[in-house]
Design a protein around this ligand. Structure first.
Ligand code: MTE
Length: 320
């Protein structure tokens, strides 16, 4: 696995991040001056410094981390998306044929508004938000990623699951013509397609759960799960199912892709937990992409205040 040191990162790779910060500052400044609210940004009460060009401290949104975002180049070229290959560089290299439009999502199961929705219809009227989340992969690397998306809870409220629904299941599209990893015998990831994930209903309704459509203020690229993927920052990255075409409400815990492939290694909950090791490696520390030294992993990836209550009374060694 290639880990880049800060000193190894070419300045060309850092540029998009600078552009991102400039864009964010521009949105805030323009919003403050024009008196309009920017999505996901708190407009500072005092606009004088922005107007006079002095440095303005970056306001933190309700869910944002203020840790330094991982460069765009890494966010889009160091990926896990096994439908495009098993190496981190494969998703960017092998997703050129993938078409994220037009896109249809089928809503099924225990829900009052089941239907096949175009992506526009599914998300129509829901307010997009920009949130900077720290992400932790089960392989012990981590990133900080500025996502754009809609809260999953807002979509679920619109779809109206019935009281019997206890879980929500998500499935990735099947397109072997565009996704070489889905073709039999190309490379053995051990996963069964379509990639499936699921959340308990209270987890799905947690305000941190985001249905992501964009990265760094731009539409998400195929390798990041275009046109729509899940992000749950208190869980290991594999819960973040990409390119979703099916959302099903059910009373049974869904069989998820990694849980099916290796149940002793990957559980349904997959909460970031430095106290419970993966059978083959420790989960106590992580290496932030772009940094040399490891850092201690935080319980629930640092989001304990927002999520720990959902698991009170559960044995997290058994429910991993
Ligand atoms: N979704 C699908 N359909 N296929 C995959 O292989 N990999 C998962 C998750 N979602 C995966 C997927 C894993 S293991 C991780 S760590 C995250 O996507 C990585 O998301 P990123 O590449 O956008 O950082």
């Amino acid at each position: 696995m290639l880990i880049k040191r800060a000193s190894d990162i070419a300045s060309s790779e850092i540029t998009p991040e600078n552009l991102y910060h400039n864009r964010r500052e521009f949105i805030k400044t323009a919003s403050a001056v024009l008196g309009i609210a920017a999505a996901g940004a708190i407009v500072p009460a005092c606009t004088n410094s922005a107007v006079s060009g002095m440095t303005q401290s970056k306001p933190k949104g309700k869910y944002d981390t203020d840790e330094k975002p991982t460069p765009y180049e890494d966010v889009t070229h160091y990926n896990n998306y096994y439908e495009f290959g098993i190496d981190k560089a494969d998703p960017a290299a092998n997703s050129g044929k993938f078409k994220p439009t037009p896109w249809t999502v089928s809503v099924e199961g225990m829900v009052k508004k089941p239907a096949s929705y175009s992506l526009d219809d599914l998300l129509k009227g829901l307010t997009p938000e920009e949130r900077v989340y720290r992400m932790r992969c089960v392989e012990a690397w981590s990133m900080v990623i500025p996502w754009t998306g809609v809260p999953l809870a807002a979509l679920i409220a619109r779809l109206e699951p019935t009281p019997a629904a206890k879980y929500v299941e998500f499935k990735t599209i099947m397109r072997p013509d565009e996704m070489p990893g889905q073709r039999p015998s190309v490379f053995g990831s051990g996963l069964h397609w379509p990639y499936t994930e699921g959340l308990r209903m209270d987890e799905a309704m947690n305000p941190l759960a985001l249905l992501v459509t964009g990265v760094y203020g731009k539409p998400a690229l195929a390798q990041n799960g275009a046109p729509i993927r899940l992000v749950t920052p208190w869980k290991y990255g594999f819960k973040g199912v990409k390119s979703i075409v099916k959302i099903r409400f059910t009373d049974k815990q869904p069989l998820t892709a990694w849980n099916e492939a290796a149940p002793q290694e990957y559980g349904f909950f997959a909460n970031v937990n430095p106290q419970v090791d993966h059978p083959r490696w420790s989960q106590a520390s992580e290496r932030r992409i772009g940094e040399f030294y490891k850092r201690r992993t935080l319980m629930f990836n640092g989001y304990a205040d927002q999520v720990a209550q959902m698991y009170s009374g559960m044995d997290l060694r058994k429910s991993y």
